[in-house]
Write a protein that binds this ligand. Structure first.
Ligand code: BGC
Ligand code: BGC
Length: 447
């Protein structure tokens, strides 16, 4: 057996998001979000599931924080539901909604857990969607105003801020592929939305600096690792497009101040281009304190004309898949992290999400999710390789603390290291919870 030691003060943690766990959809003056509307629209979410109750975390701060404490995490990543703070997106502040996060943050601090707060994890106020949502540039200013409220409210309490979770999902998946709220299918709109999200991020970072806030701020894009099947030019180009749509499209503006030419040209062929105003790119390219990375999967790609949007096809390698059907690709984790550092320099990185869907159930009071342990083990090994290779890695947050509302998949897909019975809301730590507890306690991985 080998023991892989992680750097001193490595920030181990877990992650969740407001709409996926809170429930209490109409409590204490919370406004509607686009996910309330989407999940209540027949046919949008599997089995008609909604986040109305979810894990009921809104009413279970003590129980959830006790779990985190037992796990031994140093950091906890959660998100704030914008419509709890501003039910209409802007205008009147809803004090009771704000109080919920004060109670949560106070409980975390009392338990010696550093809050890592995501400002936007997809629950846009419906009132803003009705005025065009992220397609409307005014939403950017409303977002900055909302962010500023939280900065001022939590200055000195929350020292780690993430502006936007996964701009690819918010733009392409939600507004071109239509799979997530608000469910549009319009590439031009999706590209503009992606741009507006990056601008909202940049302006929020600017405001954070102007206010002289204590702490650090970054963004959390999801990245994928798409590797060419062969070194044939067309395979290389197809893999590059598939990766570029997810990675470079968002990371180049953030770090280089421009969209990648090869993707601009490709989207132009598809009839779409970003509407950029003077100054936009400079705003987007604000220096950030860290990059959050969400990684789940990767693939080998071959060129196939007309396949998908990028003329590329994943090769069936016979790799194992998780219960949501995603390829298990641990080497991609190492590859993407070292690639990021080569491309964008020595930025401090936190893994803000990594984890696996396995639907193991409770049997005799236990959940033997050995496949999740294997997944985490393989990925932590690759993470350790990345650290050994000089990637500036600060911490790792597994997705997720507990089973929750998995967006369009509803409650049919479980990512938690704590099992949640969605009838009784009883939480049962899984075997992976105990395993991760040991990793954290010893700051090492045994392989
Ligand atoms: C060291 C860390 C180092 C890590 C990765 C560990 O053995 O304690 O400082 O970053 O290996 O190389
Ligand atoms: C999202 C999470 C989601 C997870 C698993 C990420 O795309 O940020 O909210 O539950 O992946 O699909």
């Amino acid at each position: 057996m080998q023991k892989l030691i992680f750097p001193e003060h490595f920030q181990w943690g877990t992650a969740t998001a407001s709409y996926q766990i809170e429930g209490a959809w109409n409590a204490d003056g919370r406004g509607l979000s686009i996910w309330d509307v989407f999940s209540h629209t027949p046919g949008k979410v599997k089995n008609g599931d909604t986040g109305d109750v979810a894990c009921d975390s809104y009413h279970r701060i003590d129980e959830d924080v006790a779990l985190l404490q037992k796990l031994g995490v140093k950091v906890y990543r959660f998100s704030v539901a914008w419509p709890r703070i501003y039910p209409e997106g802007t205008g009147t502040l809803n004090k009771p909604g704000l109080d919920y996060y004060h109670r949560l943050v106070d409980a975390l601090l009392a338990a010696d857990i550093e809050p890592f707060c995501t400002l936007y994890h997809w629950d846009l106020p419906q009132a803003l969607q009705e005025k065009g949502g992220w397609d409307n540039r005014e939403t950017i200013d409303h977002f900055v105003h909302y962010a500023e409220t939280l900065f001022q409210q939590f200055n000195g309490k929350i020292k780690n801020w993430i502006t936007i979770n996964e701009p690819w999902c918010v733009s392409i998946l939600s507004n071109y592929l239509g799979a997530h709220a608000p469910g549009n299918q319009d590439l031009q709109m999706a590209l503009d939305i992606g741009h507006h999200l990056l601008l909202a991020h940049g302006k929020t970072v600017q405001r954070f600096r102007q206010l002289n806030m204590e702490g650090q701020i970054g963004i959390a894009p999801n990245v994928s690792w798409n590797e060419p099947y062969s070194n044939r030019e067309e395979d290389v180009a197809a893999a590059r497009r598939m990766r570029g749509a997810c990675n470079e499209w968002f990371l180049d503006p953030l770090f280089k101040g421009s969209y990648p030419d090869f993707m601009v040209a490709w989207y132009q062929k598809m009839g779409a281009s970003v509407n950029i105003q003077p100054e936009d790119m400079a705003i987007i390219q604000q220096p950030i304190d860290f990059l959050g990375i969400n990684y789940y999967t990767g693939s080998l790609v071959t060129y196939k004309q007309g396949e998908g949007d990028y003329d590329g096809e994943d090769v069936e390698e016979g790799r194992e898949r998780t219960d949501i059907g995603w390829n298990i690709y641990p080497e991609g984790f190492y590859n993407v992290l070292t690639w990021l550092t080569e491309q964008y320099g020595d930025v401090p990185i936190y893994i803000t999400e990594n984890g696996a869907c396995y639907n193991d159930e409770v049997q005799n009071g236990k959940v033997a999710d050995t496949r999740r342990i294997a997944y985490l083990q393989k990925h932590l090994l690759q993470l350790h390789r990345a650290i050994a290779s000089g990637v500036n890695m600060k911490g790792y947050m597994t997705w997720s603390l507990m089973d929750n509302f998995e967006w369009a998949e509803g409650y049919s897909k479980r990512f938690g290291i704590v099992h949640v019975n969605f009838e009784t809301l009883v939480r049962t730590p899984k075997q992976s919870f105990e395993w991760y507890q040991q990793v954290i306690a010893h700051n090492r991985l045994e392989v």
